[in-house]
Design a protein around this ligand. Structure first.
Ligand code: FE2
Length: 396
């Protein structure tokens, strides 16, 4: 049973600040074929395909799969008719992130506060209820194709239950006997949470969206990188990292910067209907060597670094930055991991190739050992590598 309620007087306890975000409830991707995408995410990244919603569960216009690993929940959604918004989105932009959904105390109150702060509604509050409980969602538009849905849950649908594999929302049923799930339990990839979620926006629009996250959702500026930090001979970008109040999730916003040739952000936009969207999702793990070894064994294709990277990295990270990297240095090189440090500690990171034929969405694997930054020291090596790939695609 589902009904639209506008406005909704909620019986959930009001938190002092309706914009206090509790967690990332889920990240929804719009894809051309959710059934097949679920196989990809299960086989390549070790996600467990746990629940589904389709014609057989009473969903008449779309099919969705809930995938889970650690505290990461991905929802893959496909429209079943040409007029479904997911089908239109996929036609324009290809498969990619539609929604970074936030768990909140009271979705209606959060949505109302965001609208008061200047947000544009994507949809008014909807309450879905069944014998298990109630899930209320309401959504606002953010950059380009993306939205933020606010989700509040009552009864058995409470987030702590969902984190343990409990029912996601009405019209979802458990997936049974999906063989890759057993394989993934025996061969875990160790992805634990969404560390950050990066938006690519048009030239000149970074500061607009930085202000928007501050005004509408109360985010704070966490880090700022300009084109001197993030430029190579050709490709440049500027980036500001926005951080939600409780440090729940970081949203870096990138815009292209003028370089000799095409910025990687512009390449993204060129294959994304000149429309902003999510460039990469960063998943955090606690053992980068094990995680990347497992992902490589599964065939995940990572960006290749210049051979010279490891000639300089230890002088930079351990010499200049005084970090002591505990992981085996030879193994780090074998697995092709990047290392960076700041005054709080160090981090290991690695980036996949685009997940689809369009050079758009990719995944970052990040392991933090104290460092709260984003690998600024790796930008040059990384971007030189990215440029080689751009050149191979004929887009530089
Ligand atoms: Fe990142």
């Amino acid at each position: 049973m589902s009904r639209t309620v506008l406005p909704l007087a909620s019986s959930t306890p009001k938190s002092a600040d309706p914009l206090a975000l509790i967690d990332v409830d889920h990240v929804r991707l719009y894809v051309g074929n959710a059934k097949q995408s679920a196989f990809f995410w299960a086989h390549a990244f070790g996600f467990s395909v746990e629940q589904y919603s389709d014609l057989t569960t009473g969903s008449r216009d779309e099919a969705s799969y809930l995938l889970r690993q650690g505290n990461i929940r991905l929802v893959l959604t496909t429209g079943l008719t040409k007029d479904h918004p997911a089908c239109k989105d996929v036609a324009l932009y290809g498969d990619g992130v539609k929604d970074i959904a936030f768990a909140v105390q009271d979705a209606t109150a959060t949505w109302e506060a965001a609208i008061r702060n200047g947000a544009q509604s994507a949809h008014a509050p909807i309450e879905r209820a069944d014998a298990n409980g109630v899930v209320t969602t309401a959504a606002i538009r953010t950059f380009g194709r993306c939205v933020h849905t606010f989700v509040s849950r009552r009864g058995n649908y409470a987030l702590p239950n969902v984190k343990q594999g409990g029912a996601f929302m009405p019209q979802f049923a458990p997936v049974r006997n999906f063989a890759p799930n057993a394989y993934n339990r025996a061969h875990p990839c160790g992805l634990e949470c969404v560390d950050h979620c990066v938006g690519n926006v048009e030239l000149g629009k970074m500061n607009h969206w930085v202000q928007w996250y501050s005004d509408v959702l109360g985010f704070k500026l966490f880090k700022h990188f300009d084109d001197k930090d993030i430029s190579t001979e050709y490709s440049a970008l500027m980036s500001k990292v926005m951080d939600s109040g409780a440090g729940l999730i970081k949203i870096p916003i990138n815009e292209p910067a003028t370089g000799k040739r095409k910025s990687q952000v512009q390449e993204y936009l060129d294959f994304h209907d000149q429309t902003p969207g999510v460039q990469h999702l960063a998943f955090r793990c606690n053992d980068a060597l094990e995680t990347v070894a497992e992902l490589r064994a599964r065939g995940v294709d990572f960006l290749r670094l210049p051979d010279t990277y490891y000639e300089k990295v230890w002088d930079r990270v351990e010499g200049e930055m005084h970090a002591h990297v505990a992981e085996d240095h030879d193994r780090i090189k074998e697995l092709g991991l990047l290392v960076d440090a700041d005054d709080e500690g160090y981090l290991l990171q690695l980036f996949t190739m685009p997940l689809q034929d369009r050079p758009t969405l990719f995944i970052e694997i990040i392991c933090r050992r104290g460092s709260q930054s984003f690998g600024k020291g790796n930008f040059r090596a990384l971007f030189e590598s990215l440029e080689l790939e751009q050149e191979r695609r004929g887009n530089l």
